[in-house]
Design a protein around this ligand. Structure first.
Ligand SMILES: [Fe+2]
Ligand SMILES: [Fe+2]
Length: 275
């Protein structure tokens, strides 16, 4: 029976991770693969990876991570912000990879039918450190501790004035799209960031949480009857449950993170999943 599988945070700029990707198995008949962001930074790396995965699966669904949205000096694609995102979407269309800009598809294999919803929402600094009540205060705590996400320097929000303004626009747009889905079907969300704050409570550096999501999606897993929520970004692969909904952190992560675990992770099964 066909399975719905997921992986994220392949970070293929690391040669070891590139090898891991080359060694990933081919999907079985009818299997789909969900890729929850942070494939890499360089445009050609992202295209190489998604192209390779597309050859191994009938259907590949991608949601962007923060790293895909970086504009770095060693990338031939110098576009910033929304223009870069749309260029990535165009590249995916060329490969036949589904993105948050495509009509939501229904998974009818094992554990289905469910609507598969890739999301691009970003974050808005509302997962704030204790004792802070504004983005400015949250950022001040981060700068003081020295834990500042590189996004602040290379993830440009153009044409939006800020990353949180971009997030606001994306959440509103996505709520409109979700209103048009078939309400009779459960949803599988694919988002780079966790939809609820709880998974960030175990971060080694709690200041980092402000780059990990938005409080505006805190009830989406119940509001839209999620069968499962797939995310990455934290590089803490695990299964947790919130309000009876299964959340799967599906990251590979950096070699220095997966090596001590005894080796790289492979795909995680989302559906049918555990009974
Ligand atoms: Fe990552
Ligand atoms: Fe990330």
């Amino acid at each position: 029976m066909a399975r719905l599988l997921a992986i994220s945070d392949l970070h293929v700029a690391y040669p070891e991770n590139r090898q891991v990707v080359e060694d990933l198995p081919r999907g079985g008949d009818g299997d789909w693969l969900l890729v929850a962001g942070d494939v890499g930074e360089r445009f050609t790396d992202i295209e190489w990876t998604l192209g390779l995965l597309r050859e191994r699966f009938e259907t590949v669904v991608w949601a962007p991570g923060n790293h895909e949205l970086w504009t770095t000096s060693d990338d031939a694609v110098a576009l910033r912000g929304e223009e870069r995102y749309l260029k990535l979407v165009e590249m995916c269309r060329g490969l036949g990879v589904l993105t948050p800009e495509d009509p939501y598809q229904v998974w009818s294999g094992s554990g289905g039918p469910v609507t598969v919803v890739p999301l691009f929402l970003l974050y808005d600094y509302t997962f704030r450190p204790a004792g802070t009540t504004t983005k400015e205060e949250a950022l001040a705590v981060a700068y003081e501790s020295g834990v500042v996400c590189r996004d602040e320097f290379v993830l440009h929000p153009d044409p939006y004035p800020s990353r949180d303004a971009w997030c606001d626009a994306r959440v509103t747009l996505t709520e409109g799209r979700l209103a048009t889905r078939d309400p009779a079907l459960p949803v599988v969300f694919v988002n780079h960031f966790p939809l609820v704050r709880e998974p960030t409570r175990v971060l080694r550096y709690p200041e980092f949480a402000q780059w990990c999501g938005t409080v505006r999606t805190a009830d989406w897993h119940t509001r839209y009857t999620a069968a499962a929520v797939v995310y990455g970004h934290l590089h803490i692969p695990r299964t947790t449950w919130y309000d009876g909904v299964r959340f799967e952190e599906v990251s590979l992560g950096y070699p220095r993170e997966w090596r001590p675990r005894g080796g790289p992770a492979t795909y995680r099964e989302i559906l049918p999943g555990p009974s």
